[in-house]
Design a protein around this ligand. Sequence first.
Ligand code: AMP
Ligand code: MN
Ligand code: MN
Length: 346
Amino acid sequence: MITGQKGNRMLSERKAELVKQIKRAHTIGISGHTNPDGDCIGSCLGLYTYLKEMYPEKQIDLYLEPIPDKFSFLKYAEDICQEKTLDGAYDLYFSLDCSEPDRLDRFRSFFEEAEYQICIDHHFTNTGFGDLRFIFPEASSTCEVLCDLLDMDRVSMDCARDLYMGIVHDTGVFKHTNTTRKTMETAGILLEKGIHSEEIIDRTFFRKTYVQNQILGRALMQSILLLDGKVIFSVISKKDIEFYGIESADLDGIIDQLRVTEGVECALLLHEKEEGVYKVSMRANDLVDVSEIAGMFGGGGHIKAAGCTVHGESRDIVMNITHMVEQQLIKIKEEAQESVYDKRNS
Ligand code: AMP
Ligand code: MN
Ligand code: MN
């Protein structure tokens, strides 16, 4: 992942420090980001499983917001807690799949008060926090980063299932451009642990409940094209959420379906969390950098998948973002024209 001798040496030193800190700690806490997704759940449960199996004598606790039912078949899913079980601070605390401490939301203080903090992530927008950091933006997922850090010979089938699941989710089943040869090779190593990949993919990625399909259908039907079909958006109101009796995780997959609409460069899904407060999911195809746009609203993510929370009217939010997309597209066109001009004149 990190090339060059210096980089390698630094990485091996940091890996040694990771092992040292784990061995030193009696109490270890693990958390991922708010609204946990597949990679967040897979990396947290994967690390939890690995540490529990390797160090049964230590107190290891996993704190995450409640996870969707479809993940409950994963080993130790029932161990996930929300209320602190330890008196005092943890010796060691892991932040997984979080680009900034704020993303830990209600578990941020558990991490910050810990004696030693380790950040493992793959967001290029990561602000760089914690005493020891493993931030690899070229990795498909936090699960892929973990596979580089753990002793793969000692990864059990239960741990492999979690890590494979996380890779599957962040790559859209090995489809997104973040899928590299290394991603495939890592997934291959995990497959060899005897996991059933088809079960993991179907149960956690493709399978939808009836009501999830209904809301997907509704979001697609009500979607609107802007900017000559280059932007598509759909809004899920609080009323819709209440009517269908659903939660955020039931909206998974809607944004991906919007993105594959022919001609679209940028897809937006606005989900009204509270009156006038929207969680905005953004996905880009070839040209647009949505992380830049999300960043302007205090959010973040990756170039092709990003998000933020915005206060205001849905119409204004969509118009503002569409304007930013338009500006990016104009700039890209101008740069392309300049480069043609330069070539002609050289
Ligand atoms: P989502 O649209 O929620 O699936 O998120 C897409 C990507 O953007 C993921 O990598 C998230 O971690 C990141 N992301 C979403 N919301 C935020 C936010 N409010 N702040 C920072 N990153 C975010
Ligand atoms: Mn995530
Ligand atoms: Mn991730």
